[in-house]
Design a protein around this ligand. Structure first.
Ligand SMILES: [Zn+2]
Ligand SMILES: [Zn+2]
Length: 93
């Protein structure tokens, strides 16, 4: 039990949560390539070229076609299309 005290204290001091990718990171290990994120929102409309990449199935509402406005990825869990520093909730915009 007592052995864990030092480890726990270090972890709380270092850990931050990124507000873009929601990953935990330590500020000392934050590089311009640490964070993968989508710079734009997950939207619900036709793509800019008016094509539907998402095949609507019978019974799907028209707004079922959702995608990231930045890269067109249709999976909400798709890996980010941009990289950068992690941003904590404490950092300025
Ligand atoms: Zn994207
Ligand atoms: Zn991040």
């Amino acid at each position: 039990m007592e052995k864990d005290t030092a480890t726990a204290a270090t972890a709380t001091a270092a850990a931050r949560v990124c507000r873009r990718c929601k990953a935990k990171y330590s500020p000392s290990d934050n590089t311009p390539r640490s964070c993968r994120f989508h710079p734009s929102f997950f939207v619900c409309r036709r793509h800019d070229d008016q094509k539907r990449y998402y095949e609507l199935k019978d019974g799907d509402p028209p707004y079922a076609a959702k995608f990231y406005d930045c890269c067109g990825a249709e999976d909400p869990d798709a890996a980010g299309c941009a990289t950068g520093f992690h941003l904590s909730y404490d950092d300025p915009e």
